[in-house]
Design a protein around this ligand. Structure first.
Ligand SMILES: Cc1cc2nc3c(=O)[nH]c(=O)nc-3n(C[C@H](O)[C@H](O)[C@H](O)COP(=O)(O)OP(=O)(O)OC[C@H]3O[C@@H](n4cnc5c(N)ncnc54)[C@H](O)[C@@H]3O)c2cc1C
Length: 644
């Protein structure tokens, strides 16, 4: 398959402007003749649905929660990047672009990333106009703070609730359009499948989660804004409902899945405390503005109270290893450094799986009230979960699965390889390469939804005759029948294990063998184990109840069924990418220190792997096809990524 990125010609900094000046337009009077389905109401989907309706398209908007406002984006804490340079600390569109490309370990498409940095400026203006209560300095200007992978302060924030405030902004824009009748909202409606007809995306099949009704919807274009797949690891910082099903089912209908092995492990999460847990909690990266990360230098100190360990017996390992970025080294690098300290026997807390995040110096310098003002709700959350006060003793943190850079492959216009299927936000693979920088996901979701898709979808629709495929078309009937059949099959197994138990087992395999350190052997083991578990799933899952009403066990089993297949795709991608880059760490491919020993830093192989791997479904239990989009760097020269 040839993957056409459709990156416009011309100098990098002018590509997007040039695109907008030359894209096809649709007469405002004709826009309402086009129907667009938007699945997902997080920042990407909410912004997209509101903006498309504002333009005049008829929009059908779907989410599985009871309200669009409950999308997972609401959980985002720390902030959103933008190259506003309000602080005069040397920021620019180019620097944000460069930091993002470098942060992604030179595995993203230059033109997309430059556009993201350009559009970041508009996002802040748009959100301020909506009334988003960004933190302000005394003088009234918007305040900013630092996030990983940048040596300046470009992260705008609303205390520790940035996602919530941004989502309320997008939600009110969406509500306005719902009120005007331009958006028809379908909450509690889960997309089960994508309908393609004549080689184009023409609609979706859904299940209403309260009534169990399976229904089809038809449109001129379909937008997926369905978020990331981190929960394939079972334990992650994602909301429990986050899942891969929409994108995975689109993959099975022909959309290619790009770089599934790029999964981000966040360094600052509350450590796992036992088998009872079904979710992990993030302590925002913003805390690393003031918190210092350390582990005891000596194994013998690991069991002591932190205040009993004197300064000279502490290893501030990020400050030691990466003096220029210190505690704000990017996530992939910080996570590996924490794991290294724990693997070395110097981890703290239960099972030795933790390092300290210490605010003592910041409190001494700035006073507790100031720290409370900046991070109060995060400290409160930490205390509620651990029963320890982060003001009185250092927090304990450990890396956890957090974000997925992989997703459905999209071209410059955010269209997948299926014409008419667009993918935005975390669901696509587009901008973050092998590692996302903190505070860049909200930026990307809103950039896609408010400022990119409205142009690019118009360019595509302008070439299409308006008019949806009738719902009695055989492709709708066939897809609906297949989705119904899967539900019946799940109910018919009547085994002995819950879907959650099987999901937990899958997560265990993923974390042990496809987690922070991957080897050829561990990945081959994972693939064999996942295959066996998948077979077991289909003979031993127990889904009580019926499909005719609210059945949370059925919802879950249907999603876990997809994870059982997707986990293998992720491991296969990791196996075939024989290099280390960003968050994808293959133990065999490490840089060496002066003595020739592996030093824990990624060894990329630009000759063989400077490309996007886009997987094409080949049928049940068949090995998918690995397609490649070469990454051509016109402006940046890929170099050894160093934060020292
Ligand atoms: C704890 C936490 C904190 C974070 N903090 C930050 C931060 O400070 N800054 C930052 O930049 N990023 C942060 N992130 C990442 C960021 O929050 C997400 O990447 C981003 O919000 C994803 O937005 P989205 O719109 O793509 O998807 P989501 O917000 O996940 O929305 C997905 C939508 O799709 C719908 N959906 C999914 N599947 C289906 C289906 N089959 N049928 C119907 N509807 C479906 C859901 O109902 C939902 O409406 C954080 C992530 C976590 C986990």
């Amino acid at each position: 398959m040839k993957l056409e990125s459709k990156v416009p010609d011309g100098p990098l900094a002018e590509k997007w402007t040039h695109y907008k000046q030359h894209q096809k337009l649709i007469n405002p009077a004709n826009k309402s003749k086009y129907t667009v389905i938007v699945v997902g109401t997080g920042l990407a989907g909410g912004a997209a649905a509101a903006s498309l309706a504002e333009l005049g398209y008829k929009v059908l908007s779907f989410c599985f929660q009871d309200s669009p406002r409950r999308a997972h984006s609401i959980a985002a804490q720390g902030g959103i990047n933008a190259a506003k340079n309000y602080r005069n600390d040397g920021d620019s569109v180019f620097r944000l672009f460069y930091d993002t490309i470098k942060g992604g370990d030179f595995r993203s498409r230059e033109a997309n990333v430059h556009r993201l940095a350009e559009v970041s400026l508009n996002i802040i203006d748009q959100c301020v106009a909506q009334g988003v209560p960004f933190a302000r300095e005394y003088g009234g200007l918007l305040d900013t703070r630092s996030f990983g992978g940048a040596q300046l302060q470009r992260t705008f924030y609303c205390r520790g609730q940035t996602g919530q405030q941004l989502l309320l902004g997008a939600y009110q824009a969406l509500s306005r359009q719902i009120g005007l009748g331009n958006v028809k909202m379908f909450p509690r409606c889960e997309m089960l499948d994508l309908v393609t007809a004549d080689g184009k995306a023409r609609g979706i099949v859904t299940r209403h989660l309260e009534t169990g009704k399976i229904e089809s919807f038809t449109a001129d274009a379909v937008v997926l804004a369905t978020g990331g797949y981190g929960n394939v690891f079972f334990l992650s910082t994602n909301a429990i409902g986050c899942n891969v099903s929409a994108t995975y089912r689109a993959y099975k209908r022909g959309a290619t899945f790009a770089n599934p092995c790029y999964t981000q492990i966040h360094p600052t999460c509350i450590p796992v405390s036992g088998d009872h847990q079904s979710k992990l909690t993030l302590m925002s990266e913003s805390l690393r503005n003031d918190g210092r990360v350390w582990a005891p230098k000596n194994k013998a100190d690991a069991g002591k109270h932190p205040r009993e360990i004197p300064e000279e017996a502490r290893d501030y390992f990020l400050e030691r290893k990466y003096p220029s970025y210190g505690n704000l080294a990017p996530r992939d690098i910080s996570s590996r450094a924490a794991k290294e300290a724990c693997d070395d026997g110097r981890g703290v807390g239960p099972g030795g799986r933790g390092v300290y995040l210490d605010f003592a110096v910041a409190i001494a310098k700035q006073g507790e009230p100031r720290i409370r003002e900046k991070y109060g709700n995060l400290f409160q959350m930490y205390e509620r979960i651990t029963d320890e006060s982060g003001y009185e003793r250092p927090m304990r943190i450990y890396p956890a699965v957090h974000y997925t850079m992989g997703g459905l492959w999209v071209d410059y216009e955010l269209m997948s390889n299926i014409p008419g299927l667009f993918v935005v936000g975390e669901a696509n693979f587009s901008d973050h390469g092998a590692n996302r920088l903190g505070a860049s996901a909200l930026m990307q979701g809103l950039a896609d939804g408010y400022f990119v898709l409205p142009y690019t979808i118009t360019n595509w629709l302008a070439g299409q005759k308006p008019g949806v495929t009738p719902l009695d078309h055989p492709d709708f009937k066939r897809t609906e029948a297949e989705a119904t059949d899967q539900i019946k099959r799940l109910l018919a197994v009547k085994g002995k294990k819950t879907a959650s138990e099987l999901h937990r087992e899958l997560g265990h395999i993923m974390w042990e063998h496809v987690g922070m350190a991957r080897t050829k052997q561990s990945l081959e083991t994972a693939i064999a184990k996942i295959r066996a578990l998948r077979a077991e799933f289909w003979t031993s899952v127990n889904v009580p109840g019926s499909d005719a009403d609210l059945n949370v066990a059925l919802e879950r089993a249907n999603r876990v069924a997809d994870y059982m297949e997707f986990g293998e795709l992720l491991a296969l991608d990791a196996l075939q990418r024989e290099e280390s880059c960003g968050a994808h760490f293959r133990v065999e491919y490490q840089q060496k220190d002066e003595a020739g020993n592996p030093n824990g830093e990624c060894e990329r192989d630009d000759d063989k792997f400077c490309h996007v791997a886009a997987w094409e479904y080949a049928g049940p239990e068949k090995q998918p096809v690995r397609n490649v989009e070469p990454l051509a760097y016109e402006v940046v020269t890929p170099s050894k990524r160093s934060y020292k």
